[in-house]
Design a protein around this ligand. Structure first.
Ligand code: TYD
Length: 206
């Protein structure tokens, strides 16, 4: 069977990514079932037993910024080697809730780690490998902050300031400008119905 495809979902916290991901997955599964293809759902940081342990640390323990970036990429290496790459070789399609664009956006844009360091790690960990499609849920930080609300105890990222998310969003958009052929930007301030229509177009075009 031909190699599978790798699709990632991105956006600042509160952009509604998780809600739409579940629906997107169902749509994709329906379309691919006829072709005998399986959809593998995964997430970052995480996606492997070790990656999930690193996620727990990354979301909760205060740490040096460089440590944070290195652990994100360490978890990613494990994820690529043990889950993503074998699945694509089997012919499965892989859907990941976040990937490397999140490190550029959060550790680079949000926290201010120099981009050249992240580019070095990106080349080291994944060579030229990139998602075939990245769906970016774009929203202004004010609306995102309202949506995040106070429903549950926020983690180290969710509790960041609007200024942090303004920089994070800007870096996501810069990454999209740099690689327009793999990005689909969804205006996340729209209604759920409007967003689903847009996602249907994205799947059809892809
Ligand atoms: P998120 O994907 O938002 O999951 P949930 O919806 O369960 O909270 O949580 C992951 C957090 O990790 C998110 O705040 C962004 C952050 N993150 C980084 O800072 N860098 C990265 O490279 C990745 C993958 C995630």
């Amino acid at each position: 069977m031909a190699r599978g495809r790798f699709i990632t979902f991105e956006g600042i916290d509160g952009a509604g990514k998780t809600t739409h991901l579940a629906w997107f997955r169902e749509q994709l599964e329906q379309k691919l079932a006829a072709a005998g293809r399986t959809v593998v759902m995964t997430r970052e940081p995480g996606g492997t037993p070790m990656g999930e342990k690193l996620r727990e640390i990354l979301l909760n323990e205060p740490m040096d910024l460089e440590t944070e970036a290195l652990l994100m990429f360490a978890a990613r290496r494990e994820h690529l080697a043990r889950v993503i790459e074998p699945a694509l070789v089997r012919g499965d399609w892989v859907l990941s809730d976040r990937f490397t664009d999140a490190t550029f956006a959060y550790q680079g844009g949000g926290r201010g780690l120099p981009r050249d360091k992240l580019e070095t790690l990106e080349r080291w960990v994944q060579g030229g490998f990139q998602p075939d499609l990245t769906v970016l849920f774009d929203i202004d930080p004010d609306t995102a902050s309202e949506r995040r609300g106070a429903a549950r105890a926020p983690d180290r990222f969710e509790s960041e300031t609007d200024a942090f998310f303004t920089r994070t969003r800007a870096e996501y958009l810069r990454r999209a400008e740099e690689a327009p052929y793999r990005f689909a930007i969804v205006d996340s301030s729209q209604s759920i119905e409007e967003i689903r229509r847009k996602l249907e177009q994205v799947i059809a075009a892809f």
